[in-house]
Design a protein around this ligand. Structure first.
Ligand code: AMP
Length: 284
């Protein structure tokens, strides 16, 4: 069945109120659209964990920097509706920017510590925009469950902190990264890549897997693990934005992964003009 399309805040409120009245559990999957299997895996898991699934498709301007790709972010709304239908999504919230940010809008949510390194350091204001829109979507839908991808690992930690600190009481579910057969993490931004840039982009996942293999062979010092990733980026002639080994929850940099510690190796790099991110677990 085609999902119902909600365009306004008022429509979301009445849709959610009707389900809450009936005692149905709502799962929410926030997205920026141009949906792929990664997004659909979140929606399908939402169906398993709740009675109804809603998704939002909104390219949120406040999470883009002035020189980023807001105006050219890929869009395919009709195709997305079909994909949502196939994943069992009941409602799609697709507001115009002016619906979410009317004149006089002035409230922002900032999650401090976990927003600071990695993408937060390279994209000032990005996580403030993310935390703000997610907090507002939670307020509108009042979902019991919300699903996010580990692909955006720092974002997931920001949302967990937001949910905890504002007592939002949503069950935040982090889902594994869905990859293409050759290892490339699925991303709407992969659409920007030429065939040659896409081939070179495989160095991100190859480098992360090399770090995992090194870790498994007993090397737990961060500089050596980072170097394993860098070697692959250099070989593919990709420009590094960052490569870091961090504690998996607090997202603080580690010099060594302690025995039993859950850690994560995270990378951001440019293939051509396209900035790509990826990460994998170490230890834990
Ligand atoms: P986006 O549309 O890029 O803002 O992503 C919307 C949601 O889908 C976020 O929770 C992402 O982490 C998640 N997501 C994006 N790509 C993937 C992927 N390859 N695997 C799993 N989840 C993903």
């Amino acid at each position: 069945m085609a999902p119902i399309v909600l365009r306004t805040v008022a429509e979301v409120k009445s849709w959610a109120a009707a389900h809450h009245r009936e005692g149905r559990r709502i799962a929410l999957v926030p997205t920026m659209g141009y949906l792929h299997e990664g997004h659909l895996s979140l929606m399908r898991e939402g169906r398993r964990r709740a009675d109804v699934v809603a998704t939002s498709i909104f390219v949120n301007p406040t999470q883009f920097g002035p020189n980023e790709d807001l105006s050219r972010y890929p869009r395919d709304f009709d195709g997305d509706l079909g994909r949502c239908a196939s994943a069992g999504v009941e409602a799609v919230f697709a507001p115009e920017p002016g619906e979410m940010y009317p004149p006089g809008y002035q409230t922002y949510v900032e999650v401090t510590d976990v927003s600071q390194g990695l993408c937060g350091a390279r994209r000032p204001g990005h996580f403030r925009g993310v935390a703000t829109i997610v907090a507002r979507l939670f307020t509108l839908f009042r979902p019991q469950v919300a699903l996010f991808g580990e692909k955006d690992y720092q974002q997931l930690q920001v949302i967990k902190a937001l949910n905890r600190d504002l007592y939002l009481d949503v069950d935040i579910v982090g889902m594994p990264t869905v990859r293409e057969a050759d290892g490339l993490a699925m991303s709407s931004r992969n659409a920007y890549l030429s065939a040659e840039q896409r081939q070179r982009a495989l160095a991100l996942s190859r480098g992360l897997r090399a770090a995992q293999a090194l870790y498994a062979s007993g090397t737990h010092e961060a500089p050596a693990l980072v170097e394993a990733v860098r070697r692959e980026l250099r070989a593919a002639d990709l420009r590094e934005d960052y490569v870091e080994v961090m504690d998996a929850e607090r997202l603080v940099p580690l010099s060594t992964v302690a025995p039993g510690q859950a850690a994560r190796v995270l990378v951001a790099a440019f293939s051509g003009a396209t900035r790509l991110i990826d990460n994998m677990p170490l230890g834990g």
